[in-house]
Ligand binder design. Structure first.
Ligand SMILES: [Zn+2]
Length: 329
């Protein structure tokens, strides 16, 4: 695993709709290793590896964007008021350090006396002493994301605020770098934008790609943490997850079977996934045009949408191996 590439993908700024920094890192890594590399109108980065003409066209999608808080206004004393871009739990934001695209830093807190703070009770302190100064540092419309970091936890685990979904961007990029010269299937690997606000990038990319099959790569929730009551079966360290259902799609049974069979044949550790919440780019791919058989390879992740999204490297390795095997089938 190319840890240097992983770190640069995890630490690049890339709020939803502002994915340019992530796209630049990935494009640089892939240059010369794929048959074409383009950016579409939405901002999706699309890397194509041509097949030998005997296979099918497979669309892959990993999203580059990252949830954040968008500046709405500032108070006289210089505190920025915000709303969310993507799913944010206020409790996860309070006390966190954030950064803007221009590099400005801030800290997030909630109104003092609020017992159960909502997004409208959050503010960002960027060190400004007036409304004018605050909006000069971070104008209305700028988006703050968790300050980048990558921390190793214990022997096998890695924690970063941007794991969703940069870990999948990394797996997808690494797969393209390691793919043999001659492949049967054509691979249209999309590094998508605006997933967190409703799978918007994947929607247009899927329409344009006209794939025979779609596979999204994304993180998924786990039930192996204290107090979890959703009966979610996934856990860290038990392998890649093969999604069966989430709120955006019920995966095409033939695609699920293809993944499970491929894992078995190659001795890759996998777990079956039913997620009673959330969605992925596969939900958009499946419903494009006349319908596309679609599935998801998931990376189990603790504390999704917090500043400490945590994955197990063994699961990352399994997801990588499964993807590499599936696209060559
Ligand atoms: Zn995601």
């Amino acid at each position: 695993m190319n840890m240097q590439l992983l770190e640069s993908i995890l630490t690049a700024y890339g709020a939803t709709s502002r994915e340019d920094g992530v796209r630049a890192v990935i494009a640089k890594a892939l240059e010369g290793h794929v048959d074409s590399l383009t950016t579409d109108v939405m901002g999706n980065l699309i890397a194509v590896r041509k097949g030998d003409g005997t296979g099918r066209r497979i669309m892959l999608s990993s999203h580059m964007d990252h949830i954040g808080l968008i500046v709405m206004d500032a108070e006289e004393k210089g505190f920025l008021r915000v709303c969310n871009v993507g799913g944010i739990r206020p409790a996860n934001m309070i006390g966190q350090q954030v950064v803007f695209e221009n590099g400005a830093a801030g800290v997030v807190f909630a109104d003092e006396n609020e017992k159960s703070p909502e997004i409208r009770h959050l503010y960002i302190d960027v060190g400004a002493e007036s409304r004018e100064e605050a909006l000069a540092i971070a104008p209305i419309g700028e988006i703050a994301v968790y300050a980048p970091s990558v921390k190793k936890l214990g022997e096998h685990r890695l924690s970063s605020p941007a794991m969703d979904d940069r870990i999948a961007c990394f797996i997808q990029a690494q797969m393209l770098l390691d793919l043999p010269r001659q492949v049967k299937n054509e691979i249209v690997a999309v590094f998508s934008v605006q997933e967190e606000v409703g799978l918007r990038g994947a929607q247009t990319a899927a329409f344009a790609a006209e794939p025979d099959m779609g596979i999204a790569l994304d993180v998924t929730g786990v039930g192996d943490i204290p107090g979890h009551e959703n009966h979610v079966p996934m856990a860290l360290g038990k392998g890649a997850a093969v999604k069966i259902m989430d709120r955006s799609l019920i995966c095409t049974p033939a695609v699920v079977d293809l993944m499970l069979d491929t894992a078995k044949e190659n001795g890759i550790m996998v777990q079956r996934e039913v997620l009673p919440y959330g969605g992925t780019d596969a939900g958009a791919i499946q419903k494009t045009r006349g319908g596309v058989p679609s599935g998801v390879i998931s990376i189990p992740c603790r504390y999704i949408h917090s500043a400490a999204e945590t994955v197990d490297i063994r699961d990352v390795q399994a997801a990588y191996e499964l993807l590499l095997a599936v696209v060559q089938k």
